[in-house]
Design a protein around this ligand. Structure first.
Ligand SMILES: [Zn+2]
Length: 269
């Protein structure tokens, strides 16, 4: 009886090793090398890319995105909360396409939550505001909140009156990101919220891209009601705003190093 068991176990082990080697050779294009532990893990369990619908806009359009990987360090990247800043969506779309072509560029310590288009109603008609003419990036519940924002823009009847900002809140509460990067246009600059860890993250991103670092003394970048201010005050984690140089272009070549380093490195800001 024991001998039969031993034969069965040996057969199973040999079969699985053969299968593994075939798979490995296929992926490595016939090159036989000694696979590292990481390669072995990645073959058994590839980085998972989940497409999500996080909710629906005022006009009922899906607010789509991705959850990639399942590491401890969760990064929230969001764009196009202002509907006319379409280069920001392009940037995150390009980033997701890059990850899809090689998911293993994402560190197993990371989990990415990516929302390329927060404001699909504004995007459709190339307008900054949402369908209720609200500036969504003034609709988050922060100290100093008011109905009217800088330059007379409408922040909504009350904080979180809009479904789009409610969806971002829900995503943050559900996934508990360790950082938020919110992409806007236009400016070629990186602006931190008011916290030491946000300053560090913004300095790092500015360094990686060559964009101007807008320090905390720039009061016009620290509006009340913004997604980033709400995020920092709610979670205590860092948040930065990246302003791309052009409204309708992604500036991928400038941002790709920062994005790749963000998901592959072990930096925790
Ligand atoms: Zn903006």
């Amino acid at each position: 009886m024991n001998r039969i068991k031993l034969w069965i176990i040996t057969a199973v082990v040999l079969m699985s090793m053969t299968g593994y080697l075939r798979l490995y050779m296929l992926i490595e294009n016939g090159t036989i090398t000694v696979p590292s532990y990481l390669n072995l893990v990645s073959l058994i369990e590839p980085i998972k890319i989940e497409s999500k619908i996080f909710g629906h806009s005022t006009k009922g359009k899906p607010i789509e995105g991705y959850v990639i990987g399942k590491g401890q360090d969760t990064i929230l990247l969001m764009a196009n909360i202002h509907g006319n800043e379409t280069g920001t969506k392009l940037l995150l779309d390009q980033f997701v396409a890059k990850i899809k072509s090689n998911p293993n560029i994402v560190s197993r310590k990371k989990r990415l939550v990516i929302i390329p288009l927060v404001n699909p109603d504004g995007y459709e008609i190339n307008k900054k505001m949402n369908a209720n003419s609200v500036n969504l990036n003034l609709n988050f519940d922060t100290p100093g909140w008011d109905t009217w924002g800088p330059l007379g823009t409408y922040a909504g009847p009350k904080p979180f009156s809009e479904v789009e900002s409610q969806i971002i809140k829900q995503v943050v509460l559900q996934y508990k990101p360790n950082m938020m990067i919110s992409y806007h246009a236009q400016g070629a600059l990186v602006a931190p919220e008011e916290s030491q860890s946000s300053f560090a993250l913004a300095e790092w991103y500015a360094d990686e891209t060559g964009y101007t670092y807008e320090g905390s003394d720039s009061s016009d970048l620290n509006f009340w009601g913004t997604a980033t201010m709400w995020f920092v005050r709610t979670t205590g984690n860092p948040a930065i705003t990246v302003e791309l140089p052009k409204l309708t272009e992604s500036d991928w070549d400038t941002n790709k190093k920062a994005l790749n380093d963000l998901i592959s490195s072990n930096h925790v800001f």
